[in-house]
Design a protein around this ligand. Structure first.
Ligand code: NGF
Length: 291
């Protein structure tokens, strides 16, 4: 079984202006993450992939393209979570058959689901697949919180091996690390990679790693080697970059930065906005400033 620890790029979606999948661009982004960024893994079908705006067939096609392009060159984790549980079950089987190394699922969102409903959701997704599940915990977008005690209940299922922790509460992260030394914890906020690494995470999954992989690797390695002051210098530059990216539009700007490197990263899917000339010009400035 393949090791799941390490740094993952959350794979971007690449779309044509009409919203259809830009397969050529998607393949280029995948190769860039493997050959240039030297990432340990790819997180396919997450927020960064604009997954929640896609049809089931489109999700499947992206999973297929990613596996076909990456083959066994990199660890592949597929985000299969959906408000439609039947779809999640179908996608979990689909990616497991494709040979993905693990699955992940966002907590069910929009309705205010109770913990027993959340537990049933995860138990149902993993029931008929022989794979490993990493819970995608991102309460600021889903509105769903899970306490440390509730995580303990979810982790009773041996197929549930970890959590992608996209939260800024480091007290909770420390409690999680302490309570679950044998579970995998992946940091979800790139701007907090250093403190999360100090607290003992097993890896990180992020959107900005598509363009800022070298600095992320430095932060991660330096922090693990206890060279905190040096890691902080790199985190400072990284956070200047992330602040500029967020100001200009998160996923679009990352795609425009990739475009500067010759990658056809394409557009974002509506209702995300189309690129404006100002946004393009600002992305060029950001590229010059940081790369
Ligand atoms: O994009 C978001 C939404 N979070 C990502 C990452 O946690 C999402 C994070 O890298 C992800 O892994 C996925 O695609 O599912 C941020 O973009 C980054 O830290 C900038 O804030 O919050």
């Amino acid at each position: 079984m393949r090791e799941l620890k390490g740094l993952y790029s959350a794979l971007l979606g690449a779309f044509h202006e009409d919203g259809s999948i830009n397969e050529k661009g998607l393949r280029q982004i995948i190769r860039h993450n493997i050959d240039h960024n030297k990432m340990d893994g790819l997180y396919v079908g997450g927020s960064t992939g604009e997954n929640f705006m896609l049809s089931t067939d489109e999700k499947k096609r992206i999973f297929e393209i990613a596996k076909d392009e990456a083959k066994n060159d990199i660890t592949l984790m597929a985000q299969v979570g959906s408000i439609n549980l039947k779809e999640s079950v179908e996608l979990a089987k689909f990616v497991t058959d494709l040979g993905y190394d693990a699955i992940s699922a966002v907590t069910p969102f929009y309705y205010k689901f109770g913990f027993e409903e959340v537990r049933h959701y995860y138990e149902t997704i993993v029931a008929d697949v022989d794979t490993r599940m990493v819970i995608y915990f991102i309460p600021f977008l889903t509105g769903v919180n899970i306490s440390v005690e509730q995580f303990a209940k979810l982790f009773e299922n041996k197929k549930i091996v970890g959590v992608k922790f996209t939260q800024g509460d480091f007290y909770v992260l420390e409690r999680m690390r302490r309570a679950f030394p044998d579970k995998l914890i992946f940091a979800g906020f790139d701007e907090m990679l250093l403190p999360a690494t100090v607290l003992g995470i097993d890896g990180a999954i992020g959107s900005t790693y598509n363009v800022n992989a070298a600095r992320a690797r430095q932060i991660y390695d330096l922090a693990r080697a206890n060279r905190i002051a040096e890691a902080l210098e790199v985190q400072h530059v990284t956070n200047d970059l992330i602040t500029d990216i967020l100001d200009n539009g998160l996923y679009g700007t990352i795609k425009l930065l990739l475009e500067e490197q010759g990658i056809e990263a394409g557009c974002c899917r509506a209702p995300m906005k189309a690129y404006t000339p100002e946004m393009r010009a600002r992305a060029k400035e950001i590229y010059k400033k940081y790369f």
